[in-house]
Design a binder for this molecule. Structure first.
Ligand code: UD1
Length: 366
């Protein structure tokens, strides 16, 4: 059985690592890894392969940059050639990025069965590129693996037959469970002059927040207000860094006291920073889940989340409109210990990839 997995961005790597490991336990499965190149900096890509024990990909397509259409189409063209050569029995895609959609479209247009891991999540906001990627990918998938129960309802509403859908848990949490000890052992706090529960960790990269001056200015105001109460540790995504430069705001941010601006962090370093933070402030999808698992209070700077379990069971709360005053009030409440504790959601137990590969093995054997 040949399973060809497509990945392209930082959050794809931690979802695919446990799946590739689970496949390696089946002697009759051949796992072929294709890296589209969507993320290509060492700190956005290579570091993750090393730390997650992912082997070098069998194919590197080297597609990056450009508009969403160009990126998606270029990945499709390059991937089709690989698929024609390898003739896999199944194409596996994870998450909701452009590489996910490109992989899904190539599979369905080549008549190859398609599995989507992390299916069924919906923010209800079609202005988000990821939401379109999710809806389109799910609509052509043969096997849909979901991380939380809300996704089951979303897929049912969209008319996806029940027999294609499997509630198997969360592969991103599989990686966290697998590597948590290693992450705990790092002494990154010392090297950054930090101490546990004495800082908040911030990430921002969503186009709706960082691609416009107004959003960036609100983020700056927020960092200024919050850093007056507690140290802010802020690894900068390449998109955010370049937009800060474009709008001439980088210097103002660098000038703030009690703020550590960092390069993108490796997987283990970042998890260490999350587990020791007083709170996480983010607009990412995956970090809402990781902070839920680690019981670290999370503020999410979005109008909605496709991951409602992180609010229902977790410590996550949404902050709409990038509101600096509201964010600062919430941080004060967190620092005073007035925050909910999270419960680990159902099936987030480190074994999702094992369940998924067992199902795929059975389906491909039929
Ligand atoms: C992509 C995903 C987003 C995911 C995020 C995780 C889509 C539509 N978006 O957004 O869902 O949350 O990854 O990080 O697929 N860049 C570099 N070096 C890199 C990677 C990117 O300089 O290693 C630059 C790119 O050239 C581009 C910008 O950063 O100018 C954005 O990269 P891109 O992959 O287009 O989107 P992300 O914002 O990373």
């Amino acid at each position: 059985m040949k399973i060809l997995s497509v990945m392209g961005t930082r959050p794809n790597f931690m979802k695919l690592a446990p799946l590739h490991r689970a496949m390696s336990h089946y002697p009759d499965i051949q796992s072929i890894l294709v890296h589209t190149g969507q993320h290509y900096d060492r700190q956005m890509s290579e570091v993750f392969f090393e730390q997650l024990s992912l082997p070098k990909p069998d194919y590197f397509l080297g597609v990056n940059g450009g508009s969403h259409t160009k990126q998606t189409a270029s990945i499709m063209l390059a991937l089709e050639e690989v698929v024609q050569k390898e003739k896999p029995d199944l194409i596996l895609v994870v998450g909701d990025v452009n590489s996910t959609l490109a992989g899904a479209l190539v599979a369905v247009k080549s008549g190859i069965r398609l599995a989507h891991v992390e299916a069924g999540l919906r923010s209800g906001d079609r202005a988000m590129p990821e939401e379109l990627n999710r809806i389109l990918t799910d609509s052509v998938s043969d096997y849909l693996f979901v991380t939380e129960k809300a996704a089951l309802i979303n897929l049912e509403k969209e008319g996806i037959p029940n027999e294609k859908v499997f509630f198997t848990g969360n592969c991103m949490i599989d990686s966290l469970v697998h590597f948590i000890k290693k992450a705990e052992q790092l002494d990154i706090l010392k090297s950054l002059g930090l101490s546990p529960k004495n800082y908040v960790l911030m990430t921002m990269h969503r186009p709706s927040n960082v691609d416009n001056r107004e959003g960036l200015e609100k983020i700056l105001d927020m960092v200024e207000l919050i850093s007056d109460k507690v140290r802010v540790v802020f690894p900068l995504h390449p998109r955010t860094r370049s937009k800060l430069q474009e709008f001439g705001l980088q210097e103002k941010l660098s000038g703030l006291k009690q703020v550590n601006l960092l390069e993108p962090q490796g997987y283990l370093e970042f998890q260490n920073l999350v587990m020791n933070a007083s709170a996480v402030l983010t607009d990412s999808g995956g970090i809402q889940e990781e902070s839920t698992y680690l019981n670290v209070p999370c503020l999410t700077f979005r109008e909605n989340t496709e991951r409602p379990v992180t609010i229902e069971s977790g410590s996550n709360e949404l902050i709409p409109d990038l509101n600096p005053e509201l964010a600062c009030q919430k941080i004060v409440a967190i620092l005073q210990g007035k925050w909910k504790n999270s419960k680990i959601p159902e099936l987030w137990d480190g074994k999702a990839a094992d369940r998924i590969v067992a199902i795929l093995h059975k389906k491909l054997s039929q």
